[in-house]
Design a protein around this ligand. Structure first.
Ligand SMILES: [Zn+2]
Ligand SMILES: [Zn+2]
Length: 105
């Protein structure tokens, strides 16, 4: 069952997409991974999303069409999710730092 995303979830997904494709850095859309560990500190499935371009998302060699080969080559969905969340964390830290410095003046 897919729930419509809340505003915070939409913001999160637009951050995910803005990272660019995990494989090739081209403009990306979000892919919802198979949800894991719901209720174990993970929020809704909209937070379990990774950025992939059209080709790597649904193209000939993509996570949807050749999942096993894709994961063997680029890591599992869950590894990609960890990378995605880490990158967003880094960006947010950098932004906080920047805002903090601005506040100093
Ligand atoms: Zn790609
Ligand atoms: Zn998908």
């Amino acid at each position: 069952m897919k729930k419509a995303p809340t505003k915070a979830e939409r913001e999160h997904m637009s951050k995910v997409a803005s990272l660019g494709c995990l494989v090739c850095q081209r403009p990306a859309n979000v892919h919802h991974i198979r949800p894991i560990g719901l209720g174990m500190g993970m929020r809704s499935s909209h937070y379990q999303t990774i950025p992939l371009c059209r080709e790597h998302h649904q193209g000939q060699f993509s996570i949807h069409n050749c999942k096993q080969e894709f994961e063997a080559m680029y890591g599992t969905e869950h590894e990609m999710l960890q990378r995605t969340l880490k990158e967003i964390e880094n960006i947010e830290e950098a932004n906080n730092f920047f805002n903090y410095n601005k506040g100093e003046k």
